[in-house]
Design a binder for this molecule. Structure first.
Ligand code: 3H9
Length: 700
């Protein structure tokens, strides 16, 4: 392998080229190479220097795989300072994305030129970190305090044109970046332009009260997270202190973040998300099927949202319903959603119209004859789904992928209704389907490799994060959720209130407490499912008598203005009312339960450890390919805090012996039926091994 950084003199300019696929991350070799290039340029006859990259992008940041390992000189701050200190103009030429440490290299350069299609950003916060190579000190000096805070605490990249407007980029070109960068360098030399050193600018002035206020806002938007708060401290330092002193504040804050479990969790999630897209045992050269035309069956909330995903990605969609009324309602929902997107500034009126027009409503299966993929999204009735698949088998062209959006039903039984089970797969979207990132891709026993590979690729095209699941009741996410939901309901009847449960879980980091989630989803959903089962199959009555009683009173949840909480019809503000409390107390009394105080730690442990225990079974059975896939499901589908790394990573941070001990305590208190420890948990705890160690060799 050649060196990842080269230095050449082109037209009298020193050119430092970085070629470190796939994203030119700042590995040790790259940092050393850039420093060598700068030192060479300092001593040669070049008039100025251009820093550029090969491949699809400018530097995408520090090499995340090196985090957690012993640091090796030169550190990035040293490299960036050396760039800035050079006595000849340095121009950074940006294409693709200049992110994190990559953008800091550009900020250390004296001038920045970017392709119009490029984006720049400081996304360290998404890894529980902050820019650690001068970014927190240089950004506010160039763009002002407010813009710097927004850029760094959101972590969202901005287009080159916005960066230019903010003073972070000097020139934007449509194409021909290399030539334009050389010409820019020549121009600077001819003009005798100064080596513009951002570190020499005075501290960026700001009203000191802005920082406390910004921190308060972050407490709401990024509750419990360390890095965003530390970013504010660093920017505050940049508004007050000379650069070298501000840099010391930055370094200390960076090290504190790097050592935090939050960053470890978020870094785990970064790799888990990318790992989830990989299918064990599947040949990388598996040919893919082409998907340009998609059919969606069912224009309810799910079907409409699913249709939007494909239309947004430029595909032609046929949305099928049984009659014109139902179809009209679905198309109306879609129109409303797009209008909302326009209102929120997500797309222009024209874009919304053009995208909507890619969705055609139909009541005729013949319109699906030439679809490359059909997604069924009707309600959860196995017989109905099997009828639909029988019909699809008759009308669809050979090679069409036939997918079901079922949340619970047996994909193998649905596939068996067709003469082509190899073409059948589960594509389980999460509500609202046009927004939620997660897609469970359910591999049936007969699903063909190319169908699976095509769906994984397609998921990326529609901007979803796919996770493969085997077939079982509820797949990965909902199978685990049953246990979480059961414990939440048991805490409720045993003595907690909806508020104490939700507060405990939200304080711990869940995006929304389970009681509000139940109300949002509708208490009638579980009620109807239970009514369809004989009483002996409904499970532990203590876990459902309260929601059932509320449903029978007409309190179905948010949609009827009351469920476990009552809701303000205009603001959707919620509060716990006396009627709900009465239902809870009456049901407890009827089952002979004496209600007691339940503290937050018991609530959190019961809910989270029940998830983990079931997750252990799911990995051992091979329903999930690896523990980290479960983490992706929970973070992107169920509002689990990413900074805790998902439930399985969290289990390792607690220690499996501790998790096992707690599960055994709950088994002894609450019974074997709900709390039998998963065999894998018991074994690994006994062996003193972590789940991560086991995952690296699951046969051991
Ligand atoms: C930082 O810079 C700290 C500094 O401030 C201070 C230091 C002192 N390192 O995402 P993709 C791999 S913190 C190592 O699928 P895309 C990735 O794992 C860093 N590896 O491609 C994957 O590997 P595989 C701040 C990295 O086109 C492959 O590249 N920077 C890194 O969809 C392709 O990735 C960031 O947080 C990395 N930095 O998206 C940027 N980045 O093929 C993080 C990627 O084996 N990166 N890989 O699975 C991204 O946001 C996206 O990767 C990017 C490309 C937008 C660049």
């Amino acid at each position: 392998m050649g060196a990842p950084v080269s230095y050449d003199v082109v037209d009298g300019m020193g050119v430092i080229s970085i070629d470190n696929p796939p994203v030119n991350a700042l590995s040790h070799a790259v940092r050393s190479g850039i420093l060598d290039g700068i030192r060479t340029a300092a001593d040669d006859a070049s008039a100025a220097v251009v820093i550029r990259c090969e491949g699809r992008t400018f530097i995408a940041g520090a090499d995340i795989t090196e985090f957690g390992k012993p640091p090796k000189d030169p550190w990035l701050p040293e490299v960036v300072d050396a760039i800035e200190a050079l006595d000849k103009p340095v121009v950074a030429a940006i294409h693709g994305t200049a992110l994190g440490g990559g953008f800091e290299v550009a900020l250390g350069s004296h001038y920045r030129i970017a392709l119009k299609s490029a984006k720049v950003g400081l996304p360290e916060v998404k890894l529980g970190l902050l820019p650690g190579a001068g970014g927190t000190q240089r950004t506010p000096r160039l763009a002002g305090v407010q813009a710097a805070l927004d850029l760094m605490t959101s972590g969202a990249p901005i287009p080159a044109s916005s960066a230019e407007a903010a003073g972070l980029v000097d020139r934007v070109v449509d194409d021909g970046l290399d030539a334009a960068a050389l010409a820019y360098a020549r121009e600077l030399v001819d003009e005798g332009a100064a080596c513009r050193r951002t570190s020499e600018l005075p501290p960026s002035s700001a009203d000191p009260s802005i920082f406390a206020e910004y921190k308060r806002q972050l407490e709401r938007r990024a509750h419990g997270q360390l890095a965003p708060q530390k970013i504010v401290d660093c920017v505050e330092a940049a508004s007050r202190l000379p650069f070298p002193e501000g840099s010391i504040v930055e370094r200390e804050a960076f090290m504190a973040c790097m050592a935090s479990p939050q960053s470890a969790g978020l870094r785990h999630m970064f790799f888990a998300e990318r790992e989830a897209a990989k299918i064990n045992g599947l040949d990388k050269s598996t040919p893919l099927r082409e998907v340009a035309k998609v059919g969606v069956i069912g224009a309810g909330t799910m079907g409409s949202g699913i249709a939007m995903n494909f239309a947004n990605a430029g595909m032609q969609v046929y949305l099928l319903e049984v009659n014109d009324d139902a179809l009209g309602r679905g198309l109306e929902t879609i129109a409303k959603n797009y209008a909302g997107g326009v209102k929120r500034g997500k797309m222009s009126e024209e874009q919304a119209l053009a995208t909507r027009e890619r969705i055609t409503g139909t009541t005729d299966y013949a319109d699906l004859a030439d679809a490359d993929l059909v997604v069924e999204a009707v309600f959860e009735d196995l017989g109905l789904k099997q009828d639909i698949f029988e019909r699809l088998d008759e009308v669809c062209k050979p090679g069409a992928i036939l997918a079901t959006n079922t949340s619970y039903q047996d994909v193998n039984k649905i596939a068996a209704a067709t003469s082509r089970p190899a073409d059948v797969i589960g594509l389980h979207f999460f509500s609202p389907a046009h927004i939620m990132k997660l897609l469970e891709v359910v591999r049936g026993d007969a699903t063909a490799d190319d169908v699976l590979a095509t769906c994984m690729k397609l998921a990326k095209a529609i901007r979803k994060i796919p996770v493969v699941s085997g077939v079982c009741y509820g797949f990965i996410g909902n199978r685990m959720l049953q246990h979480y939901g059961r414990e939440a309901n048991l805490c409720l009847i045993e003595g907690a209130t909806p508020e104490t449960i939700d507060t405990a879980m939200q304080q711990w980091g869940m995006a929304m407490g389970p009681m509000r989630v139940f109300d949002l989803a509708g208490l009638d959903v579980g009620y109807k499912a239970r009514q369809g089962l004989p009483p002996e199959e409904r499970g532990d009555p203590r876990a459902f008598v309260i929601p059932d009683a509320l449903v029978e009173m007409g309190r179905l949840g948010q949609k009827t203005g009351a469920g476990l909480y009552t809701y303000d019809p205009d603001t959707r503000d919620y509060r716990f009312d006396a009627e709900s409390l009465e239902v809870i107390e009456t049901q407890a009394k009827e089952l002979g339960i004496e209600r007691r105080e339940i503290d937050a730690s018991e609530i959190v442990d019961r809910l989270i450890f029940s998830l983990i225990n079931e997750g252990m079974r799911i990995v051992e059975e091979g329903i999930a390919q690896r523990p980290s896939d479960i983490d992706v499901v929970y973070v992107y589908g169920y509002g689990f805090p990413a900074w805790r790394g998902g439930p399985m990573f969290y289990a390792d941070t607690v220690g499996l012996d501790e998790v096992y001990k707690r599960v055994c305590e709950f088994r002894d208190r609450f019974g074997e039926e709900n709390w039998a420890p998963a065999p894998l948990l018991e074994r690994l705890a006994g062996e003193g091994r972590s789940l991560a160690e086991w995952a690296s060799d699951p046969s051991s």
